[in-house]
Design a protein around this ligand. Structure first.
Ligand code: 5GP
Length: 185
C-alpha cells in the first residue's frame, strides 16, 4: 500500500523527533547528575520513544513498564485508570521518570501520579513526547519534560497506534479520515 494513500498530514518529521529526543535526553542527563534513574514506560504507545530517549540519557538507569487500560469512556467518566500490568520492581527510594507517548485529557497521568506517589519514590517526574492542551480535563497538570505541543488531532506513528496499526512509522502523522472508518480498517 502506498504510504501517501492514508497520510493526511505529517505533523512531526523523523529528524524533528530525533532532534527533540536528543534535547530531552541531554536535559534529563543534566538534571539527574549523580543520581540513578528508574525509567518507567507506559505500554504500548511509549515504547519507541522510550527506546530512543534512554539512549540519549547518559546516567546509570534501569527500566520497567506499566500497562493501563485505555477505555476512553471509562477514563473520561471517572478519571480512574485500571492497571493491566504493574511494575515488576518496587520504586521506593528510586528516582522515577515516567515516559508517556501523549498527554491528552491528562486523566491518565493524574491518576498514575497519585498511584505511584503512594509507593514512596525519591522523586517522580514525567517525560511526554506529545501534549494536546486543548483536550485537557485536569487543571494544573505539571509536565516536567515535554517534546511537542500539538493541536487537537488524533495522531499515529512513532509508537502511537490506531487499531494497533501505524506504530512502526518513524514520524508522527494524521490519518485520512476514511481510515478511521471501521469499514476500511
Ligand atoms: P489522557 O488520559 O491524557 O487523556 O490519555 C492519554 C492516552 O490516550 C495516551 O497515552 C494514548 O494512549 C491515548 N491518546 C490520546 N491522544 C491520542 C492520539 O492522538 N493518538 C493516539 N494514538 N493515542 C492517543
Amino acid at each position: 500500500m502506498e504510504t501517501d494513500s492514508f497520510i493526511e498530514q505529517v505533523l512531526i518529521s523523523e529528524p524533528e523527533i530525533q532532534t527533540k529526543v536528543k534535547e530531552l535526553g541531554n536535559q534529563i542527563t543534566q538534571d539527574y547528575q549523580g543520581k540513578e534513574l528508574r525509567v518507567v514506560g507506559i505500554l504500548r504507545g511509549a515504547f519507541i520513544f522510550m527506546a530512543d530517549l534512554i539512549r540519549n540519557i547518559h546516567l546509570p538507569l534501569s527500566i520497567d513498564f506499566m500497562s493501563i487500560s485505555s477505555y476512553e469512556g471509562e477514563i473520561e467518566s471517572n478519571g480512574v485508570v485500571r492497571i493491566l500490568k504493574d511494575l515488576d520492581k518496587p520504586i521506593n527510594g528510586q528516582h522515577v521518570l515516567v515516559v508517556e507517548d501523549i498527554i491528552d485529557t491528562g486523566l491518565t497521568w493524574k491518576h498514575l501520579k497519585e498511584v505511584l506517589s503512594t509507593r514512596s519514590p525519591a522523586s517522580l517526574r514525567i517525560c511526554a513526547l506529545l501534549n494536546k492542551p486543548e483536550r485537557r480535563l485536569v487543571s494544573q497538570l505539571d509536565l516536567d519534560y515535554l517534546g511537542f505541543e500539538i493541536p487537537n488531532y488524533f495522531v499515529v506513528g512513532y509508537g502511537l497506534d490506531f487499531d494497533e496499526k501505524y506504530r512502526n512509522f518513524p514520524f508522527i502523522f494524521v490519518l485520512k479520515s476514511e481510515y478511521y472508518d471501521q469499514s476500511v480498517r
